[in-house]
Design a protein around this ligand. Structure first.
Ligand code: ARG
Length: 460
């Protein structure tokens, strides 16, 4: 057995079970790029500070280039007995270049190394998710543009509420996604500080320049407190929280679209390319991708909960428990990215069924609130209007008709204030036309919103 990098004080080697249980190489090799990047910056700084010679630095940099090339070519042998990505790379470098490699870990610990890698990794992951969010927003805005003027029932409590423009509904998803992106941008800004040089927890007496490594790695500043630098994973928690909120938004879109794709609603049809069939029922065409978007949101939330519980009992500074931060982080990013990509493809491949929607619209007295506003315009206090319209709706229920089917006499029987102009307020088309407030479903307002998003997202 090879002697461990930390083997000096040990007389026995670890048992196979412990070795297998403790390794993280099986998953933290995903950090190889960040780890090499960090080592390059660290070696360059050490040489600049006179802690290694320029020639040692050059051998290290060349060796790291070669290791990176090997990894990317699939030629690198990852060894479980070398435990994690940091020791695999350092030991491989030593095998490759010999003595100079032994200087690389000067004024560095795996504790500051791993959290530096992780911050760098999160930075890239956030950028990737942000572009996925944008692509989904673009798909939704494009879908909205294709469905101008289409009115759909708006629901509260999943009961018919008021008519809205489909565009308005689609843009409501776009707004939510924009806040999801904003949370990730905030998180990225806060996590972009450099722990490198915190060493194990206390810093070092060696003359390192933490500002230099921080700059070289594109961080905004070195972290002020070395204990804090190696202790906390709040940046991962924040990232996974933001991911969870985004995942919940996608899950809700998934639920809505699954519902709308049902025979009972029939408001939308996904194309065959985003549907799947049944192994027993030959007629079936299921919206599985969006069901899985809904389902996979559970994993993203689970990943957050795993990390929250992982951190809750930890005393300050590095604890080995923190090795368990990586799998939930990687899973959250991978899952959310997939959810965003599939939601985008779904949005690109659905058709809203104008005819079915139009047939559904007359039911449910969607114009009742607009009728109450009509009475308010006639100076009736709103509570009284509510009651008058409520009684008109009750009449419709007993007659199995809609408000616009009531004759003026029937309406006047409920209350004499009704006039001929009432019919300008009834029916979903008229009702939607009456909306005017900022942010409302009125067509001018929605056109403004759509213009704003099309411009912002460059959709034409
Ligand atoms: N593999 C470890 C992790 O992921 C690296 C840090 C280990 N540090 C230590 N002192 N054992 O957290």
């Amino acid at each position: 057995k090879e002697v461990k990098l930390w083997g000096g004080r040990f007389e026995e080697s670890v048992t196979d079970a412990v070795e297998k249980f403790s390794e993280s190489i099986s998953y933290d090799k995903a950090l190889y790029k960040q780890d090499i990047m960090g080592s390059r910056a660290h070696a360059t700084m050490l040489a600049h500070q006179g802690l290694m010679t320029a020639s040692d630095r050059d051998s290290i940099l060349q060796g790291l280039d070669e290791i990176e090339r090997c990894i990317e070519a699939g030629e690198f042998v990852w060894r479980t007995d070398r435990e994690d990505v940091h020791m695999n790379i350092e030991a491989a470098l030593t095998d490759m270049i010999g003595e100079p490699a032994k200087k690389l870990h000067t004024a560095r610990s795996r504790n500051d190394q791993v959290v530096t890698d992780l911050r760098l990794w999160c930075r890239d992951a956030i950028d990737k998710i942000l572009s996925c969010i944008k692509r989904l927003q673009v798909a939704l805005v494009t879908l909205a543009k294709r469905n101008e003027g289409l009115i759909v029932p708006g629901y509260t409590h999943l009961q018919r509420a008021q008519p809205v423009l489909l565009q308005h509904l689609l843009l409501s998803y776009v707004e939510q996604l924009e806040r999801d992106a904003g949370r990730l941008v905030d998180c990225r800004g806060r996590l972009n500080v450099c722990p490198l040089g915190a060493c194990a927890l206390a810093g070092t007496g060696l003359p390192i320049d933490r500002f230099m490594t921080s700059d070289a790695l594109g961080f905004t500043a070195p972290m002020r407190n070395s204990i804090d630098a190696v202790s906390d994973r709040d940046f991962v928690l924040e990232f996974l929280s933001a991911n969870s909120i985004a995942a919940i938004h996608l899950s809700r879109i998934g639920e809505e679209w699954v519902l709308w794709a049902s025979e009972e609603f029939g408001f939308l049809t996904p194309s065959d390319s985003v549907s799947t069939g049944s192994s027993i029922m030959p007629q079936k065409k299921n919206p599985d991708p969006m069901e899985l978007v809904r389902g996979k949101s559970a994993r993203v939330v689970g990943d957050l909960v795993t990390l929250l519980v992982l951190c809750k009992g930890l005393p300050q500074a590095y604890n080995r428990d923190l090795q368990e931060d990586k799998e939930p982080l990687f899973d959250s990013v991978k899952t959310l990215t997939g959810m965003l990509e599939v939601s985008t493809e779904f949005a690109q491949n659905i058709t809203f069924n104008r005819e079915r929607i139009q047939r559904a619209l007359p039911a449910g007295h969607l114009d009742a609130t607009t009728l109450a506003d009509y009475l308010v315009n006639k100076n009736i206090p709103f509570r009284t209007s509510h009651d008058i319209v409520g009684r008109s709706v009750a009449l419709c229920v007993s007659k199995h008709c809609q408000l616009q089917d009531l004759t003026l006499d029937e309406l006047r029987n409920v209350n004499p204030i009704f006039d001929e102009d009432v019919y300008e307020y009834l029916g979903v088309e008229n009702s939607v036309k009456k909306f005017a407030s900022y942010g409302s479903t009125g067509s001018e307002r929605v056109t403004e919103q759509l213009g704003f998003w099309a411009n912002k997202l460059d959709v034409n």
